[in-house]
Structure formats: C-alpha cells, structure tokens
Design a protein around this ligand. Structure first.
Ligand code: ADP
Length: 187
C-alpha cells in the first residue's frame, strides 16, 4: 500500500518546503490545501470566491468548502504516495480524511509534526514577504490561534493511533528534511 503522510505544524513551520522535498526525492504527490485555495482564488472559481474572506481573516474555510476538493484529489492519486500539507486541520477533518482514504483502500501511514515555537513563526513570516494577503501581523496571530485551538489537538489524535513522529522544525531546512525523510521511511 502506498504511503499517505500528514504534515502537521504551525503556519510558517516549513511544511510546504518539506513536502516539495518529499516530492522530488521520494516521488510523493503533494496535496497542499492552502495552495489549492490560492489557485482557486486566482482563477476566480466558486471555491476561491467562497474561501477568500476566511483566508484573509486567518480562519479555517468551512469543511463543506474544502472536503470535496480534498476527497477528489485523493481519489485521483490512485496508488501513488501522497503527502498532505495543510490538511487535516481539525479533528472533524481528520475523521473525514480517514473515511476518504478507507474508500481508496489506504490509510494514514504517519503524521509528522514539524515543531516550531510561535516566536520563530512570527519572525519567519514577517521576513518572508511573499505578498500573501494573509501574511500581515494580525492575520498571522489569528492563524496561530486557530492552529493551537483547532489543529494542535491532532498531535494527540495521531499519537493515540501510534502514528505521530516529531521533528525539530527550528533547524535548517536540510537538517529538518533529514528527520522528515527518516520518519517517512519508518514503518
Ligand atoms: P499556513 O499553514 O501558512 O497558515 P496555508 O497555505 O496552509 O497557510 O493556508 C492558508 C489559509 O487557507 C488558511 O489560513 C485557511 O484559511 C485556508 N485553509 C488551508 N487549508 C485548510 C483546511 N484544511 N481547512 C480549512 N481552511 C484551510
């Protein structure tokens, strides 16, 4: 069965960078919900229009907006290995993911937490200047609050299922990737 990895970690923890490396190095198909939503906005699709205000406030977009998109993407992945970046972000989404994967005859093989303290997040995002409409200080604070309230409980959720791997995300990207790769290959 092909691997399905979940990357957990606060905004700015480097999930996108690490997912891209898993793609290049080990052939993982990347499924990044933030990127999907930003593309949808740029194209002006119904999904993008519905997501825009939530994203700019730093809130989660409602599950009915995101779930269908994620389930479709999982169904299209066939038996390729997948790395999920930015999903699931709540226990409800984690339960929905488990169901969607089961329908494809797969399940989560590991959840890798890229652990980074809040101060580092704030510093990194204020220096990243990508011009993302949600990278202003107020929205970053809100995204961190939402992470701690809604997403961090998934650390215990996956730990309870024996799937959690912790990585120190405050290191340089190469050192982080070394640990991520090891976690991805562990069975
Ligand atoms: P970051 O992890 O840096 O906050 P993302 O690119 O993953 O950024 O997400 C940007 C925004 O997209 C989030 O603040 C949220 O509004 C929306 N989003 C992304 N993934 C999800 C998801 N799984 N559920 C709900 N909203 C999401």
């Amino acid at each position: 069965m092909a691997s399905t990895l979940v990357l957990l970690g606060p905004p700015g923890s480097g999930k996108g960078t690490q997912a891209a490396r898993l793609g290049e190095d080990l052939g993982f198909r990347q499924l990044a919900t933030g990127d999907l939503l930003r593309e949808a906005r740029a194209q002006g699709t119904q999904l993008g229009v519905r997501a825009a205000d939530y994203m700019d406030r730093g809130e989660l977009v409602p599950d009915d907006v995101i779930l269908e998109t994620v389930c479709d993407a999982i169904a299209r992945a066939d038996d390729e290995p997948i790395v999920l970046d930015g999903f699931p972000r709540s226990e409800a989404q984690a339960d929905a993911l488990a169901g969607a994967l089961e329908r494809q005859g797969r399940d989560v093989t590991a959840a890798i937490l890229i652990d980074v303290p809040d101060e580092v997040v704030v510093e990194r995002i204020s220096g990243r200047g990508q011009g993302r409409s949600d990278d202003n200080p107020d929205t970053v604070r809100e995204r961190l609050r939402v992470y701690h309230d809604e997403t961090e409980p998934l650390v215990a959720y996956y730990d309870d299922r024996g799937l959690l791997r912790r990585v120190d995300g405050a290191q340089a990207p190469d050192a982080v990737y070394e640990q991520v790769r090891r976690s991805a290959e562990e069975r």
